[in-house]
Design a protein around this ligand. Structure first.
Ligand SMILES: [Mn+2]
Length: 615
C-alpha cells in the first residue's frame, strides 16, 4: 500500500517539475531577445546579391542587406503594370506617388480595403513599392554643405510597433540603415508590443536573425507605446537614443544634424522635420523651409502644428538652424540617454498612447533641457487615418488628467473645464510629483511665458463654457472639431455641460472661439473655421438683452424651425426668445471699450430700423 502511494506521489512530482520547466522555457522563449548573427543564410543572400548586381560597388554590409526582405504581393510584373496608372519601374522611386487604376479587380479592391482596415493606410500600394526605394533629397542647399564633428556620438534606433504592415516596417528599417553612416548606428532595436499578425512572428524572427545590427524584443503582454518604448532602455549602449515610428522613411542626411545638436549639448532633445508620406499613394511630400511648423497644443491638451511666430522668424540669421519648439509630435526624436534618465523617462503610469509627447515636451523644457526641430533632418511619416488602439479616448483623457495634475500647476483648470471637471481615476502620481521636486523643475507659468507665449489663456476671455438657448431650453451650440473640414456647420444639440464639443470662449475681440477656430457666417451657413480677424467673425453679445448680434450682417443668432428640424440661422433681430442665449461665465466687466461701443451702436441702429418698419 505504502509503495503505491509513494509511486503515485513521485509520479505527480515528476509531472509537476516537467510542467514547471515547460512554463519557464515558454516564458523565456516569449521574452527572448533575438540577436542577429551573420549566418550562412545571410552569406548566401549576399553572394546572390553580388552576382546579380555585379557592377555595383557594395560598400558595406549595410547596403547589401537590402535584398533580404522582398515583400510578396503574389502578383506578376504584368499584373502590377495593369494595376498602376502611372506605372514606372520601380514603382514609387524618388518618393513619387503610386496611383492605382480606377477599374480594379474585385480581389484587389478587397485587398486594398483590408489594408485600410488593418493598418489605417493603403498597405497594398506600400507592398508594390520596393523596400529600399529612392527618395529625392528633401534638404535645403545649406544643409548639404554642412560639416559635422568627426566624433559624433553613436545612436541606438528604437522602433516600436504593434501589428505594423510588413512593407512599411521593413522600409523604416531599410531607410535607417541605408541612409545613415554605418558607424553612427550601433543597432536598431525593434520592440514588438504584443502584435498578433502572422508576418510579425516567425517571418520577423528569421529576418532579424539574418540581418546584422537588428535586434528584436517582444513584450509578453500589451504594454502600449509608452511602456514599450522603455522596454529596451537598459540594453542601450550608446549615448544617444533615437525613437522612430514603424511607418517612417528617413531621408538623406537625416541622422548627422540630430547627433550634432546632442553632441553640442546633451540636454537638447531634437526632432527631425516630419515630412508626409501620403497614406494612399505613398508619395513622399517634403516640407520646404517656408512650410516649417512647430509643435504646440491647445487646452484640450491636443497636440497641434503651429506656425513659426513672426518675431522668431525675424530674429533668425540662418533659416536652417535648429529652432526651439514648445512641443513635439512625439513619434520621432533623438535624446541623450542620460538626460532621458534624469527627467525620469516617461511617466510609466501613462497608458497605451497619448499625452506622452506633451509630457516629454513639458518636462524637457521645465527641467533644464530644450526642445528643437532640426530643419536639415528630414524623416517621412505616414499619418494614419486610424490609430490601431482600442478604447483610446478614455485612456487618452486619463493620461491627460495625469499630465495636467503633475505638470500644469494652476493652469490645469483650463483643461479640466474642457472635460466638465470630471477627472475620473487617474492613478497615483506621487512619484511624478516627487521627481519634479527632486530635479528642481520650473513652473508651468515659466513655460507658458517663455516657451509658448502665443498660447491664449481662456480666462483672458469675456466668457467661457457652454452657450445655451433660452427659447429652447436644453439646447447648446455644438461643433465637432476633428470633422471641421467635412462637416463644418455648427449644430444645436442637447446640452451636456461636459466641455468638449460644446466648449466656447468669447474673446475680447468679440469672437466666439474654440482654440484657433472661430464662429463665422459664410455662404449663409454658421460655421467654424480658422480665426482670421474678419468682420464676419465678430459677434456682439449683450448680457442684458441676451442676443448675439453678427457684426457684419447686423442680424441675430436665432433658432429656425425647419421641416428637417431646428437649425441655427441668422435672422433680423427681434425680441423673440429664440434669439436669446446664455454664455456661461460671462463677465461683462471684461468687455473691452471696443466691443462695448459696438454693442451700443448696434442697439441704436436696431431701434432705428424697427422704427422705420413701423412707419
Ligand atoms: Mn505614427
Amino acid at each position: 500500500m505504502f509503495k503505491w502511494v509513494f509511486k503515485f506521489l513521485s509520479f505527480t512530482l515528476a509531472v509537476w517539475i516537467v510542467s514547471l520547466l515547460t512554463i519557464i522555457r515558454e516564458y523565456r522563449a516569449h521574452n527572448r531577445v533575438v540577436f542577429s548573427t551573420k549566418n550562412d543564410l545571410y552569406e548566401q543572400a549576399l553572394e546572390k546579391f553580388r552576382r546579380k548586381f555585379e557592377p555595383m560597388n557594395i560598400s558595406s554590409e549595410f547596403r547589401a542587406w537590402q535584398i533580404l526582405p522582398i515583400q510578396n504581393t503574389g502578383l506578376t510584373d504584368g499584373e502590377i503594370k495593369k494595376i498602376i496608372k502611372n506605372y514606372e519601374y520601380p514603382p514609387g522611386a524618388e518618393g513619387k506617388p503610386v496611383i492605382l487604376n480606377d477599374q480594379l479587380r474585385y480581389y484587389i479592391r478587397q485587398d486594398i480595403h483590408k489594408g485600410w482596415r488593418d493598418y489605417g493606410f493603403n498597405s497594398f500600394v506600400s507592398d508594390l513599392i520596393p523596400i529600399n526605394r529612392t527618395l529625392a533629397d528633401p534638404r535645403g542647399e545649406w544643409c548639404k554643405t554642412q560639416n559635422f564633428s568627426s566624433d559624433l556620438p553613436k545612436a541606438t534606433v528604437i522602433i516600436c510597433f504593434y501589428n505594423e504592415a510588413w512593407s512599411t516596417l521593413m522600409r523604416t528599417i531599410s531607410s535607417v540603415l541605408n541612409r545613415s553612416p554605418s558607424h553612427l548606428v550601433e543597432e536598431v532595436i525593434l520592440v514588438d508590443d504584443f502584435s498578433d499578425k502572422d508576418h510579425l512572428k516567425k517571418k520577423l524572427d528569421d529576418y532579424v536573425r539574418d540581418t546584422p545590427k537588428i535586434k528584436l524584443i517582444r513584450a509578453t503582454k500589451r504594454e502600449g507605446i509608452i511602456r514599450a518604448r522603455l522596454l529596451p532602455i537598459e540594453d542601450v549602449k550608446t549615448p544617444v537614443i533615437i525613437y522612430l515610428d514603424s511607418h517612417c522613411e528617413c531621408a538623406d542626411g537625416w541622422l548627422e544634424p540630430l547627433l550634432q545638436c546632442i553632441k553640442e549639448d546633451p540636454t537638447r532633445v531634437v526632432s527631425p522635420v516630419v515630412d508626409h508620406i501620403h497614406d494612399t499613394t505613398f508619395e513622399y511630400i517634403s516640407q520646404t523651409i517656408d512650410e516649417l511648423r512647430l509643435g504646440g497644443f491647445d487646452w484640450n491638451l491636443k497636440f497641434e502644428w503651429i506656425g513659426v511666430p513672426r518675431a522668431v522668424i525675424e530674429k533668425r540669421t540662418n533659416i536652417y538652424a535648429p529652432i526651439a519648439t514648445p512641443t513635439i509630435s512625439g513619434g520621432l526624436f533623438a535624446i541623450h540617454k542620460d538626460f532621458f534618465k534624469k527627467i525620469g523617462y516617461y511617466d510609466k503610469g501613462l497608458e497605451i498612447w497619448g499625452a506622452e509627447n506633451l509630457e516629454l515636451s513639458f518636462k524637457t523644457w521645465m527641467c533644464g533641457g530644450s526642445l528643437e526641430i532640426v530643419p536639415c533632418s528630414h524623416v517621412g511619416h505616414i499619418f494614419k487615418k486610424k490609430i490601431p488602439y482600442e478604447g483610446t479616448q478614455k485612456i487618452i483623457t486619463r493620461n491627460h488628467v495625469r499630465l495636467a495634475k503633475v505638470w500644469l500647476d494652476e493652469y490645469a483648470k483650463f483643461f479640466f473645464e474642457r472635460i466638465g471637471n470630471d477627472l475620473g481615476d487617474y492613478g497615483n502620481i506621487s512619484s511624478q510629483i516627487e521627481l519634479r521636486k527632486k530635479i528642481n523643475c520650473k513652473s508651468f507659468k515659466w513655460y507658458l511665458e517663455n516657451i509658448y507665449p502665443q498660447l491664449e489663456l481662456p480666462d483672458e476671455n469675456i466668457a467661457n463654457g457652454a452657450i445655451f438657448s433660452i427659447g429652447n431650453p436644453g439646447l447648446c451650440l455644438d461643433a465637432h472639431v476633428p470633422s471641421v473640414n467635412n462637416d463644418d456647420t455648427v449644430k444645436l444639440l442637447p446640452c451636456h455641460f461636459q466641455g468638449g464639443d460644446q466648449f466656447w470662449t468669447y474673446s475680447l475681440q468679440g469672437e466666439i472661439k474654440r482654440d484657433h477656430l472661430c464662429l463665422d457666417y459664410l455662404f449663409n451657413t454658421i460655421t467654424l473655421i480658422f480665426c482670421r480677424n474678419a468682420a464676419s467673425q465678430v459677434w456682439l453679445y449683450n448680457g442684458t438683452t441676451q442676443v448675439i448680434r453678427h457684426k457684419k450682417t447686423k442680424q441675430c443668432l436665432n433658432i429656425g424651425n425647419f421641416p428637417e428640424g431646428l437649425k441655427l440661422v441668422l435672422s433680423e433681430c427681434s425680441h423673440s426668445s429664440s434669439q436669446k442665449w446664455v454664455m456661461e461665465h460671462f463677465n461683462s466687466e471684461k468687455l473691452t471699450p471696443l466691443v462695448q461701443n459696438e454693442l451700443t451702436q448696434r442697439h441704436n441702429l436696431t431701434t432705428l430700423t424697427e422704427k422705420n418698419k413701423i412707419l
